[in-house]
Design a protein around this ligand. Structure first.
Ligand code: SAM
Length: 282
């Protein structure tokens, strides 16, 4: 008997992936957590029926949320990561010896526990001595922070369920206050490909732009996300993601990456007209 996992991308589009074996399935206080072993994508983490990551393509997401800001401000020392329970973003951050401290705020402890057990490829750095792991809500946590972080990465689920508060104007305002003068905010910014996502992308971009002088969007390709075209937000008080890239300094680090490079960094902020039109009509 064949086993398939399917995720609804719209009412009329589904992604189907053939499954070897279901490795884990449990409902936490916050969400349904599943780990599936698949033929094409290796192991995949699914939360409330939505693919969060796959072993095959997770590097794209985790490299792009980490190395883009780190190449603009290589002097980042204090980092706040919100969500990111699978550990992939943490893994990429821990490659920088210059980073001194990482606060990670993940609302669901079971996600961390399950990823440590089934996804060692991403959950490999939770023992790094620079990490303080806080189990809690990222919005509540950031309310009490001021001028503390050089980088905030919001690696959350989608803007509903536990992640909803991480897409609000209040949250972005709190992030602005929590960041230092050269601070950068990176957020998972969904996609404009399907009409049903456009409103959320526009609302998110408008809320970030209302709080940050620099608010830009960059794109990448993640095959297992709806349409494959995926966006991230880059916001700062005074750093431009392309004009201020410290290309030589970043390349001199000699970090081996599978996806990110500084040429791609400069290119990924050049958006297609249909995406620009959505962002301009906020
Ligand atoms: N890094 C993966 C990727 O490639 O997209 C997925 C992101 S990670 C699994 C998303 C995490 O955000 C989940 O573990 C979820 O529990 C967490 N999360 C959702 N809402 C949150 C909140 N309000 N505060 C902190 N963490 C939250």
């Amino acid at each position: 008997m064949e086993l398939w996992f399917s995720e609804k991308h719209t009412d009329n589009v589904e992604l189907k992936i053939k499954v070897k074996q279901q490795l884990y399935s449990k409902k936490s206080y916050y969400q349904q957590i599943d780990i599936l072993d698949t033929y094409e994508f290796g192991r995949i983490l699914v939360l409330d029926g939505y693919i969060m990551l796959t072993e095959k393509d997770e590097y794209v997401y985790h490299e792009m949320v980490t190395h883009v800001p780190m190449a603009v401000n290589p002097d980042v020392k204090n980092v706040l990561v919100i969500g990111a329970g699978d550990g992939g973003t943490l893994r990429e951050l821990c490659r920088y010896d210059t980073i001194e401290h990482i606060d990670m705020v993940e609302i669901d402890e079971l996600v961390v526990e399950v990823c440590k057990r089934y996804l060692p490829q991403t959950a490999c750095c939770f023992n790094d001595e620079r990490l303080d792991l806080h189990i809690g809500d990222g919005l509540k946590y950031v309310r009490y922070k001021e001028n503390e972080y050089d980088l905030i990465i919001v690696d959350s689920t989608d803007p509903f369920g536990p992640g909803e508060g991480l897409f609000t104007k209040e949250f972005y305002g709190r992030c602005f206050t929590a960041l230092t003068d050269k601070g950068i905010l990176i957020n998972q910014h969904e996609s404009t490909y399907y009409d049903s996502y456009v409103d959320m992308v526009q609302r998110t971009h408008k809320r970030i732009s209302a709080n940050f002088p620099v608010s830009m969007v960059y794109q990448t390709h993640i095959p297992t996300y709806p349409s494959g075209q995926w966006l991230f937000g880059f916001a700062s008080k005074n750093l431009h993601p392309v004009y201020d890239i410290q290309e030589d300094r970043w390349n001199a680090l000699g970090l081996k990456t599978k996806y990110y490079n500084t040429e791609l960094h400069k290119g990924c902020f050049a958006l297609p007209n249909d995406v620009k039109e959505v962002l301009e009509n906020t």
